[in-house]
Design a protein around this ligand. Structure first.
Ligand code: HEM
Length: 534
């Protein structure tokens, strides 16, 4: 048994008594029951069930017995999993004043110093500042025209795929990150770019930090020094601190310098710094602004990648739908030019493809809470995962006759929502056509994927508009110019696509082996020309 495990068990035992006393007081004061849920073991509660590889699917199974609100305990930590869209909306949107905080993670915050990352900032004044910066520059293209960079980089990516189709996965996976770096810091990504590696390490360490939840049970363990035998967390924390510092400042400081010299390309930094640098050189709200900006880089890359990889998977599995989308593009855009954002409103089927990709990708099924250790990202193409912590309640509340005490973690199970047959008949079928009538707000009866896949209420994803536009332009540009076909194996049969989403709390997908070829010589030359004349 590792020391870490031993410490966890001691921590569990000691803290259990304290936690129970606190819980009892809270419960008795309200005299209401907790929502129903699977049987809890003494002390550890539902710890072993929560370790389940596909917790979002287990939660759907539990829902059949207990209903849409499922109460769990993880070593004294109260957890509410919400399977229905209506309950999530009521709890996380209408009651968002008391359900919008985040839990405090000892490893993440106290030891690794990710406290500047918006995703971990508790609800309050600092959080609101972060969100208003993010909303202004990334929430819509009104302030910063990010669509222009998305279009240019997408076309460069199409050219890279044309030259090197075997590596399409690597080219596509570097697309969102390179756009974000340009949008936020005006930084043009180069081959073997150190900033890309910093981003990957940043995501790795924030996810990994949540493997050390035993420190939340006995927070005084954080004082254990590095030389102490058997424990790895003080050393891991030291490495992570370096990365957290690098993420926060190594992109920001050079951008600031370039801005002072007048050489920074137009981006979120250049606009903000120009508006807020005072005569004495000090910068208004610099801390919250630079932190909010660094979080965008952490938050946007892997979520978008997972959606883009799901697109390739679904096109391989549904080639007749691929042809229908291409037919629509040919009719609307023609074959003499490449698509642009102006075509978006005229391409309902392609938009249906995008909506269906988001629904079936379910990038963050429960938000993120408890992760496994993953190997360090070694190369620029390896898959990395993103972590978004769950909502956290700040006051006791009563809902549907149940007590939801302050300090409860709430997971909105977007997996359960995305595959609910009441909203989406034949939910496991890829059906872009199910959205055709639903883009009209008034005729839409049930929720649409973007009503719940980007989270809820005051914590809902600030990158939704950016992410949806990125997905659209990448999807429409690929479909307009390439055919995506299964690769043929040595036995002469088509190779089955990779459907192996990573387990844990985040669904990530690597590329499939496939054949990507230009639809025609004309399509190839449109791509060639587009990188010179946008
Ligand atoms: C397919 C694309 C994406 C999906 C499905 C997605 C989904 C989500 C979800 C479910 C959350 C949690 C919301 C909650 O707690 O209620 C979230 C948070 C967040 N997302 Fe996204 N996201 C995507 C793209 C992006 C992009 C492109 C960016 C930045 C450019 C971004 C930045 C963030 C940030 C900063 C947060 C934390 C918000 C907070 O804690 O207040 N996301 N996202």
């Amino acid at each position: 048994m590792s020391f870490k495990m031993l410490v966890s068990i001691c921590a569990i035992a000691i803290s259990f008594l304290v936690v129970r006393v606190l819980q009892r007081r809270s419960t008795l004061s309200k005299r209401l029951p907790y929502p129903p849920g699977p049987k809890r073991l003494p002390i550890v509660g539902n710890f072993f069930q929560i370790l389940s590889r596909y917790l979002w699917e287990s939660a759907v199974e539990w829902g059949k017995e207990y209903g849409d609100l499922i109460y769990l305990e993880n070593i004294g930590q109260r957890i509410l999993v919400v399977n229905s869209y209506e309950d999530a909306k009521e709890l996380l949107v209408r009651r968002s004043a008391i359900t919008s905080s985040r839990p405090h993670f000892t490893m993440t915050i106290d030891l690794e110093h990710w406290d500047w990352n918006t995703t971990f900032v508790p609800y309050g004044e600092n959080f609101r500042k972060h969100r208003s910066h993010q909303q202004r520059f990334i929430g819509s293209p009104e302030t910063l025209d990010y669509m222009d960079v998305q279009l240019t980089r997408t076309r460069e990516t199409m050219k890279a795929i044309l030259d090197d189709p075997e590596e399409y996965g690597a080219h596509i996976q570097s697309l969102p990150g390179s756009v974000i770096l340009l949008n936020v810091y005006g930084h043009q990504v180069e081959k073997n770019d150190p900033y890309v590696d910093i981003g990957k390490l940043g995501v790795y360490y924030t996810v990994n930090s949540q493997s050390y939840l035993f420190l939340d049970v006995l927070p005084w363990l954080k004082f254990i020094p590095e030389w102490f035998p058997w424990v790895d967390f003080p050393r891991v924390a030291r490495e992570a601190r370096k990365v957290a510092h690098a993420m926060r400042y190594e992109l920001y400081e050079p951008a600031k310098e370039k801005n002072a010299q007048g050489t920074l390309k137009e981006c979120m930094m250049s606009m903000y710094l120009s508006e807020n640098t005072r005569e004495d050189g000090s910068i208004l709200d610099e801390d919250s602004f630079s932190a909010a900006a660094a979080t965008l880089y952490l938050g946007g890359v892997d979520t978008s990648n997972s959606a883009l990889m799901t697109f390739f998977l679904q096109m391989l599995k549904n080639r007749e739908k691929q042809r229908l989308a291409q037919k629509e593009i040919d009719e609307v855009v023609g074959t003499d030019r490449l698509p642009t954002f102006d075509d978006m409103d005229h391409l309902p089927y392609v938009r249906g493809v995008c909506a269906e990709i988001l629904r079936m990708a379910v990038v963050l099924p429960l938000g993120k809470y408890f992760s496994q250790h993953r190997p360090l990202p070694q190369d620029s193409t390896s898959t990395i995962v993103i972590s978004v912590p769950p909502h956290y309640t700040t006051e006791d509340d009563e809902y549907k006759g149940y007590l939801i005490p302050a300090g409860t973690i709430i997971f909105a199970n977007s997996w359960a929502m995305a595959f609910n047959p009441i909203y989406f008949p034949e939910p496991h079928e890829f059906k872009p056509e199910r959205w055709l009538s639903q883009f009209d707000e008034k005729s839409c009866e049930g929720p649409r994927p973007n009503d719940f896949l980007f989270g809820f209420g005051r914590r809902a994803c600030p990158g939704q508009d950016w992410g949806e536009k990125m997905l659209f332009i990448a999807v429409v540009s690929t479909l307009a110019t390439f055919n995506i076909e299964p690769a043929i194996g040595e036995d002469g049969n088509p190779i089955a696509p990779n459907e192996d989403y990573t387990p844990g709390f985040v669904r990530q997908l690597g590329p499939s082996k496939c054949k990507i070829a230009p639809r025609s010589p004309k399509a190839a030359s449109l791509i060639e020309n587009s990188v010179f004349s946008k």
